[in-house]
Design a protein around this ligand. Sequence first.
Ligand code: URA
Length: 199
Amino acid sequence: MQDLEKAESELDEVRAKCLKCEKCALCKTRTNIVFSGGVPNRKLMLIGEAPGYYEDLKGEPFVGKAGQLLDKIFASVGLDRHKHVYICNTLKCRPPQNRDPLPEEKEACSEYLKAQIDILQPRIILLCGRVAVSSLMDTKLGITKLRGRWFEGPNFSKMMPIFHPSYLLRNDSREKGSPKWLMWQDIKEIKKVYDQLDG
Ligand code: URA
């Protein structure tokens, strides 16, 4: 079996376990579990926060307005979620009213995220927003200070915090130095490193 095929079948096993999960109270309010989206691959993984209203309905990550903006950001450098990015979230179930994940919810869900990272061992991990940052980094710095910088991630990956697209939706300016402009710098840097990866 090819290396990636093996990883996909391991991911399927974790997904099957996750789809029955009742480890925290979110199992009572969810419509669907949102395990992953995009495509399993060894190069690029994006970790978001948690499913929102539309993701919970569809069982797929980043399908609402924030997701549409994320797709545009990827497309601006020739990346396509269906070909190049594995997408997952810190939490696999939607917190009611999209409130911040509780520590016990993050703890309960962490085994699934850890398995996704360990199985795929992506070379680049993007931490999309502060909740994703808090799931993999031990820091008190806010996303504004962290974004755009490379850190060493799990399995010697390159890990970069980036703004969450919902934040960009609330900050419309494209002026130099604005969140959207900074995101544009970050995605160009990410693509540069992506293009240097072999395979
Ligand atoms: N926001 C996230 O962080 N993840 C999603 O899947 C949707 C919105």
